[in-house]
Design a protein around this ligand. Sequence first.
Ligand code: MN
Length: 357
Amino acid sequence: MKKRIEAIQTYLKQNNCDAYYTENPYNRHYLSGFEGTTGAVLITQAEAYFITDFRYTQQAKAQCQESIVIEHHSTLAQAVAELAIQNRLTTIAVEIDHLSVAYYQVLEKAWPVQLFPTQRVVEDIRMIKQMDEIVLMKKAVEIIEETYQFVLNTVQPGMRECDLALEAETYMRRIGASGPSFDTIVASGWRGALPHGRASEKTIETGELVTIDFGAFYKGYASDMTRTFAVGTPASEQLVDIYHLVLKAQEAGVEAVAPGKTCKSIDDVTRGIITEGGYGPEFGHTTGHGLGLEVHEAPRLSQIVELPLQPGMVVTVEPGIYVEGLGGVRIEDDILVTNTGYENFMTAPKELIILGK
Ligand SMILES: [Mn+2]
């Protein structure tokens, strides 16, 4: 935590700015350790403050070890105005990606300082995971993989997608998740063609492929996993062929991950294989995204991102093919970029599983 605060203080010195302010839940958590829902971080060149109200003071004192905890009795903006006067601040950096226009104006009015608009300062630091973060992410992955085993043991023909999602989300909580890292996607049969088909009331039928895309939060860190499996012998041979093509692309994409390679180059690998297989237009999303405190964060593995991968980044690799009216396939692993290549956090098999056979 101390290192994270120091990184911000270095940024402040380099930019000739007196303080950095955030209420963004992920950046706030990253810079303070606070896991609650209301509060603000103010880091000056000399101090780190955490400001919250009565409801969260005890929690903040326990979680924000490196910050001076301040309980306010009016508004966060007002409390910061007082700190600005006490500390003789003249400029405060704010995260314009996370402020509404209205709230920006509130801060401008309340603070006796110049606002210094910033973007992606903490997000860029967050891209590189430290060892303590990697430990938590591995645990989040372990939970979701165990939940996947449970899903395979639980799913039955005739079961509604939403009931399977509920069972999975309950199970992950039971084994240590604080909750799902996003709404569980269960897309069976023709719904598999919806890349983000949230679990519906459709029943899962024999002969269908089922795509489940889900994740767990563990101590603030997210996992994100997708598998496609068959319930009974797949009715569509075309979908089985598609499965093998997606698997080939996914495995090649994972293998390609290494420090120094650009994000785009990983997308090139998966997209190249799928395009060669004849399904380029049916792979309409990017290959993957960064993962950490947020389930989608930097860097994105896309055609427009030339950023080189660096050790400590965690990214998903998740190509898919979606054929309207027929169905779809997606396979996703969470991958750590290491000094020499990559480490796949996931161990669950990726061969096509045919249940009840
Ligand atoms: Mn994902």
